[in-house]
Design a protein around this ligand. Structure first.
Ligand code: R5P
Length: 325
């Protein structure tokens, strides 16, 4: 049986360009799924081909507009389930609501868990994500969950980049150290940590740097940029601590509000991100470099479809598996 007969990949509207890239990687056409709106804004979708008895994959990051994209994903899963697909794998390259993974104050929801329940009730049999904000979100699901990582895309990129002999990998807060350490070990750079305190959704304060960044190229690593406040505040701190050049590497470029303008005016010389979230042309400033997760997702889909192990994808082509969390 050819791949075309075996793999059925559909996409919501959140990141059609990425879905097309994955389809191209797999040498398959993207499945036809029609999505429209009723006059009151309700979403209507219809799968335009038979999926009866098929294993289908549906790609949709739940990036802004988060609620629109989430509901579209849910109704698309429902339509595939009711069209008698044998299995439905939701490929959610960016898992929105991932930061609401615990109660930090009384009477708060745990929305990351609610989203897990919604996806499962809608009919997903498996979920694939890239660099979940918190690895423990996998435990909110009672179905298989593959949390792929873009770390090795960054690793490859920085290994090939010239002029990084005197470099240090910097974690923008203490919580991110275990994941930042993976990159610093792989690149054989030292590690520094910025001490951050979040005062509110868009207010961040940095206290200082632990480690030596003076005269070095600082590679600032984070999972996502939303308001950009974490990155900017960390960049200012390490700039003042004497970093020679600052490069930021973040998987999910959510880039809300005027984050791009602030990044353009910041001491960050280069911002390396992936295409889990689409970047509109007006936000695509020169200092942004986009690495594609399409081969990572395409390889993951192939292996899931063929019931082959996916664990070594966490090291993206290397023979050595990386323990991420
Ligand atoms: C925090 O725990 C995350 O890893 C990111 O640092 C944070 O979500 C980035 O958000 P913002 O760009 O709004 O500071």
């Amino acid at each position: 049986m050819s791949l075309e007969e075996q793999i059925h990949l559909f996409s919501g509207n959140a990141n059609l360009a990425l879905a097309q890239e994955v389809a191209d990687f797999l040498h398959i056409p993207l499945g036809a799924m029609e999505a429209s709106r009723f006059p009151d804004g309700e979403i209507h979708v219809r799968c335009q081909e038979s999926v009866r008895g098929q294993d289908v994959f549906l790609l949709q990051p739940t990036c802004p507009p988060v609620n629109e994209n989430l509901v579209e994903l849910l109704v698309m899963i429902d339509s595939l389930k009711r069209a008698s697909a044998r299995s439905i794998t939701a490929i959610v390259p960016y898992y929105g609501y991932g930061r609401q993974d615990r109660k930090t104050k009384p009477r708060e929801p745990i929305t990351a868990k609610l989203v897990a329940d919604l996806l499962t009730v809608a009919g997903a049999n498996r979920v694939v994500a890239v660099d979940l904000h918190a690895g423990q979100i996998q435990g909110f699901f009672n179905i298989p969950f593959d949390n792929l990582t873009a770390s090795l895309l960054f690793q490859d990129y920085f290994l090939k980049k010239k002029g990084l002999q005197e470099a240090v990998v910097v974690s923008p807060d203490i919580g991110r150290v275990p994941r930042t350490r993976i990159l610093s070990d792989k690149l054989n750079y030292s590690l520094a940590i910025v001490e951050k305190r979040r005062m509110g959704p868009d207010r961040v304060e940095t206290m200082g740097v632990i480690g030596d960044v003076s005269g070095k190229v600082a590679v600032l690593v984070d999972d996502m940029i939303t308001t950009g406040k974490t990155l900017l505040s960390a960049a200012d701190t390490i700039y003042k601590a004497g970093a020679r050049q600052i490069i930021a590497a973040c998987t999910h470029a959510v880039l809300c509000g005027d984050s791009v303008k602030m990044l353009a005016d910041s001491p960050i010389a280069e911002l390396v991100v992936t295409n889990t979230v689409p970047i509109p042309p007006e936000k695509m400033i020169d200092k942004i470099k986009v690495l594609s997760v399409a081969p990572l997702l395409g390889e993951g889909i192939t292996r899931i479809r063929e019931n082959r192990s996916i664990s070594d994808l966490f090291s993206y082509g290397s023979s050595e598996q990386i323990a991420l969390y």
